[in-house]
Design a protein around this ligand. Structure first.
Ligand SMILES: [Zn+2]
Length: 114
């Protein structure tokens, strides 16, 4: 996947990969980095540096509409204590950008890993 992106642009080397993680994502940065470096071995992405960006969690209460930032696995609305809510953001895991020999690509297809 990372390699495909680089091939498409005829780059010779992947320098840096930026990964965005929701703060409630169950993934661990270290294991993602390990997983990718295993995949990248022998490809132009070998030795690429990983950068991780945390994305704040956001939820909306289904009862009163209050917006809040859930910070652990079990939470209730801080306004009305309802346990029903919709998680709007926080479980994401995607590649934000891939730096290929100085050229930067904005998030395009939004590669979903989860
Ligand atoms: Zn509420």
């Amino acid at each position: 996947m990372v390699e495909g992106e680089a091939n498409r642009t005829r780059a010779s080397r992947v320098d840096e990969i930026t990964v965005v993680m929701g703060e409630l994502s169950t993934f661990v940065a270290d294991s993602i980095e390990f997983y990718f470096s295993e995949l990248a071995r022998g490809t132009i992405a070998e030795g690429a540096v990983f950068r991780f960006q945390k994305l704040e969690a956001r939820a909306v209460c289904s009862n009163c509409g209050f917006q809040f930032r859930p910070q652990n696995a079990i939470f209730t609305c801080p306004d009305c204590s309802s346990p029903f809510f919709e998680l709007k953001q926080g479980r994401e895991l995607f590649i934000e950008s891939i730096d290929v020999s100085g050229a930067q690509f904005p998030r395009s297809e939004g590669v979903e890993l989860q």
